[in-house]
Design a protein around this ligand. Structure first.
Ligand code: SAM
Length: 193
């Protein structure tokens, strides 16, 4: 399945735990397509915190959200998602319904600026601390670009055997034969399990 199909599956997995008024996080804002999707799901009474390490990405995303009239629920943060807990208000802990990660490089931007294994894993650990019961981490990883395969393997290994307690594994795509297809990961917070 191509990137578009996998991102569509990611959106459906996130939508399943969102509702008007909910709190969502986009951990890799990029050009803002995913942030716009989240903003529409939670509506004007909800909240979306979006994080990206590139200012150019945040500018593009802001323009997209403004043009769509969907900026109201969105707070954009310039920084690394590995600092998610510091970028979001203290009150976010235990209240976020969905956190979306769309890894790799900014389409149309500098392909050398990519998400990296160490910071991605730190962000996933931080994200788990933010989730409400029933909340989900939804991630799309791309093994096809330089550095992507290593990151993808590390994330899938973390999800399979090193994820925090109380996180249930809902979906984890196996590698395809060509090993370049995007892979979806969905985790759900189930405290006490
Ligand atoms: C594939 S793009 C995201 C696509 C985006 N969600 C969209 O809808 O257009 C990946 C993004 O991750 C960002 N990124 C890379 N390292 C990051 C980090 N440590 N923290 C936050 N964002 C990072 C890049 O700047 C890039 O914009």
């Amino acid at each position: 399945m191509g990137a578009r199909g996998t991102v569509g599956r990611a959106h459906r997995a996130a939508a399943a735990c969102l509702y008007p008024g909910a709190w969502a996080v986009d951990a890799t804002v990029g050009n803002g397509h995913d942030t716009l999707f989240l903003a529409r799901e939670v509506g004007p009474l909800g909240r979306v915190d979006g994080v990206d390490s590139q200012a150019a990405a945040l500018s593009a995303a802001r323009r997209r959200l403004e043009a769509a009239g969907a900026l109201d629920p969105v707070r954009l943060h310039h920084g690394g998602h590995e600092h998610l807990l510091g970028l979001l208000p203290e009150g976010a802990r235990g209240r976020v319904r969905a956190i979306l990660f769309n890894l790799g490089f900014l389409p149309g931007g500098d392909k050398a600026v990519i998400t990296r294994t160490g910071t991605t894993l730190a962000a996933l650990e931080a994200g788990a601390a933010l989730l409400a019961p029933g909340g989900r981490i939804v991630l799309v990883a791309y093994p096809g670009h330089p550095g992507g395969a290593e990151e993808c393997e590390a994330v899938m290994h973390w999800a399979g055997s090193r994820r925090p307690e109380g996180m249930a594994l809902l979906e984890l795509d196996p590698p395809d034969q060509g090993k370049a297809a995007p892979r979806l990961l969905v985790l759900e917070s189930r405290p006490g399990t």
